[in-house]
Design a protein around this ligand. Sequence first.
Ligand code: ATP
Length: 584
Amino acid sequence: MKFSKVSEKFTEMSQTRKRLELTAILVDLLKEAQDDLKELVYLIQGKLAPDYEGIQLGMADKQLAKGLSAISGKPQSFIDEKFAKEGDLGNVAKEIMSSRAQNALFGEEMTVKRLHQQLMNLSRTSGKGSVEQKLKIYEDLLLNSTPEDAMYITRIITGKLRLGVSDSTILDALISAFADKEHAEEINEAYNFHPDLGLIAELLRSGEIDKVRAMGPELFVPAKVMLAERLPGVHEIIEKMSGNSAFEFKYDGIRTQIHKKGKEVRIYSRGSEETTKNFPDIVRNARETFTCESCILDGESVPYNSETGEMYPFQMVSQRRGRKHDLEEMEKEVPIVVFLFDIIYLNGKQLHKVPYPDRRKILESLFTEDDKFKLATRLVSSDEKKVTAFFNEAISSGCEGLVAKNTSEQSIYRAGARGWLWIKLKREYESEFNDTLDLVVVGAFTGHGRRKGTYGALLLASYNEVDDTFETICKLGSGFTDDVLFNLPKKFADKIVKDKPARVESKLVPDVWIEPEQVMEVKGAEITVSPIHTCDYGKVEKDAGLAVRFPRFTGRWREDKKPEDATTSKEILEMFNSQKKSIK
Ligand code: ATP
């Protein structure tokens, strides 16, 4: 397929914000693909491969600007100025390619396959002279493309394609294009275990639905983690689980998925990012502790003092993420224990469909506890009194509360799904509403007075998973330390966009729009009805949405959450309703 066909569709997509229309355009495009479907799907995602393969294009704006200067014959300062004005290097590339005197292409017109191949070459180029080589590839790409193509190619390379479609919309389009609607749920489940849209696209198109159906936990492919619903009290949870409940301590650390085969161990985060390099100690310990041939384990890593048995604050583990240097020092300063609570694969067998009590038994027989790996402390009971005492024990041991686990025959491991098989109970729910929410930054308001030079407030949104949009829920100006506050413009500099991002639903117009990428943890006093916010608009009152009252930043940026992992508008509505009940 010619890439210009793809560019055309991308432009069509940029003109609508409606999910159904976006899906329809995608369906058309996907159906036109030939043997390049896989590559096409990755390019729509603005990627070259699934995230967990860790393939990065690695070219900075500055380098690309250099390339544009070479192609146009204009000084780099000219390009930089244009970039500063446009805020999008893609637009600059388009303008430059349009204004070239002879617009004839050098060679054959760019195809999807060729573009993907060239970008792969670009990503593999490393070492001495690689900057020049990468520039050469970029220039060749542009010289063989239309101006429109040049814009999208540049955006892909800078990681800012931002078509306004999430993976779930692309998956919907794939299902419409190549599968029966009745298989939609199974396909979604398969994707949660094996989040490779290119592979799923190929299998669906060739009618190999059985292969998709058979997808489950697989070694070195990070499964999306199972998530919990929430309820405000022990009584409600026991009732909801109809007496089939076990309760585990809810540790406050970092979700850790461990894959092991022979001596090879890899670690993945909650967001399916590979974090093996940040945890050499867990890798080493796992090699020693788990003597099975292969396994996939799910747990929470917590900083821990093995002498006193004390758990330390979560922030001490988060310092490790993304940190390449001084890891040995960190290992000594912050020893980590992993509390394991699930196993989904053992010695070549997938266990996700095995009920939870049996999975737990398998996990228990897998290893002997020490201060490197422990089992999540648990109580199998549906007795309110006992569970309440257990909850208090969890809190006094430094845990956040409990996670209830359904123990019925249906208690499978549901990757990526937030369902009632797991229900969390945190300390905050027991008192008034002051639970934390994970919200997405979508805009910012200029600061005045003491906040001159930075932002006065951020505009935050919840995620509407039905429409795949971000709905505003509050303006946030409290809870920042001066350091964080005055660093905000820098933190968001490369996420600022000229127009309202495609997936954002907002009545307010902030001073700058911010591409919905960053998730932050916020504490609020309560959820109230608000005419100016779009979260759950019209669901509680006709011309109003829901808002968080007195929001405060807790200081925790949720780098482990993608915007689609933020608190959903549905959850906000549930919180609003349960709040009403407790007031009565
Ligand atoms: P969520 O993961 O539900 O989106 P979150 O990341 O903010 O939200 P919480 O809502 O606080 O986390 O609770 C769920 C998280 O609790 C899990 O993702 C996991 O990291 C952690 N956790 C700690 N102990 C357990 C346990 N015993 N069983 C399951 N999860 C646990």
